[in-house]
Design a protein around this ligand. Structure first.
Ligand code: 3EB
Length: 317
């Protein structure tokens, strides 16, 4: 039996306005140009332009909620779950900001008693730009590893599901996450080399799992047109989108194989699609006709040759 975390999530049209009630809201994420809503609830303001109609992402629970702050992490927690958000400027560079953010996240979840990180969303400006001889995404990976090591966390296997995307130049490093009192099941993709086992050519090894399961919720990490460890269909956005969906399908299959939570299915997931070039949107959309909930964002993806990346979240039925 899966633990009952009571987690609910939804994409709500921004046009519908603020939620009618906040007392059951764990956290929200807004995208592009969006209102601040309320200071009472941790809100991640993700600086990526929205393609199409804007929605915000909201996480609710049926359990009693408490708000707080630990270091610079704003959080809300229920008996089982903690949603946290941290936003840092790069006063001393991206490496320092990333390591500091992750140290504060690990300190917060350890201290508050929610040590099991299920999912982490990472947004940083100029992700593909090289500074000090290293691409910024690789600097981010190096700093994330340092913090994991400092807090004696696993670098392989039991690592959170994640995504890492480029945000608008000049915006802060924004990280939000979901953590639990209960163990999380990490899921890998049989079609791909685990990211934490990528060969040296990709730089410091990225510490994330391809998907994770917490209770009856499946979190699919940022997924791209990678087979084995290599980018496939360079320059062909349609084929990249198809390959990405094949990877997500493989992850859903793998989740159903390892989990007793019930049945996960492609058709009931909520998708977030990161598009490198706005002009590619029609071709990407044409491959996503059967998906119900989709948010399209304009964002750089963490390899220069990737044109699209897709993440998803879903509940077992
Ligand atoms: C990839 O598969 C694409 O560094 O946290 C996807 C999901 C990617 C998460 C991360 C990076 C991350 O390697 C990039």
């Amino acid at each position: 039996m899966a633990v009952a975390t009571g987690l609910q999530f939804e994409y709500v049209p921004l046009a519908a306005g603020a939620p009618a009630r906040w007392d059951d809201v764990l956290g929200v994420a807004t995208f592009g140009t969006a209102p601040a809503f309320t200071a009472e609830v941790p809100a991640a303001h993700v600086h990526t332009p929205v393609l199409g109609s804007n929605v915000y992402e909201i996480f609710r629970t049926d359990q009693r909620i408490e708000s707080g702050q630990y270091a610079r992490v704003q959080f809300r927690r229920s008996a089982d779950l903690l949603f946290g958000s941290i936003s840092l400027t790069e006063a001393s560079g991206l490496h320092t900001a990333t390591e500091q953010a992750y140290r504060e996240i690990f300190a917060a979840v350890n201290e508050l008693g929610y040590p099991h990180l299920a999912r982490i969303w990472n947004y940083l400006p100029q992700i593909n730009v090289e500074t000090k001889g290293l691409e910024r995404y690789r600097q981010f990976n190096s700093a994330r590893r340092n913090a994991l090591i400092a807090y004696r966390r696993d670098l392989t296997g039991n690592v959170p599901a994640a995504c890492a995307l480029g945000s608008v130049t000049g915006s802060p490093l924004v990280i939000y996450f979901l953590a639990s009192r209960h163990a999380v099941t990490a899921v890998e993709n049989p079609r791909q080399v685990s990211a934490y086992e990528y060969p040296e050519q990709y730089g410091p090894k990225p510490a994330f799992s391809r998907a994770s399961i917490l209770g009856n919720t499946l979190f699919i990490s940022g997924t791209a047109s990678i087979v084995g460890h290599e980018t496939v269909h360079v320059g062909d956005v349609t084929a990249q989108t198809r390959e990405t969906l094949a990877n997500i399908e493989a992850l859903v299959g793998e989740a159903n194989r390892v989990s007793s939570a019930g049945r996960f299915s492609m058709s009931t997931l909520a998708y977030k699609v990161y598009v490198r070039h706005a002009a590619d949107l029609p071709l990407i959309q044409s491959q996503l006709r059967n998906q119900a909930q989709i948010l399209y964002l304009l964002a750089d993806v963490c390899r220069q040759d990737l044109l699209v990346e897709i993440e998803a979240i879903g509940r077992a039925s």
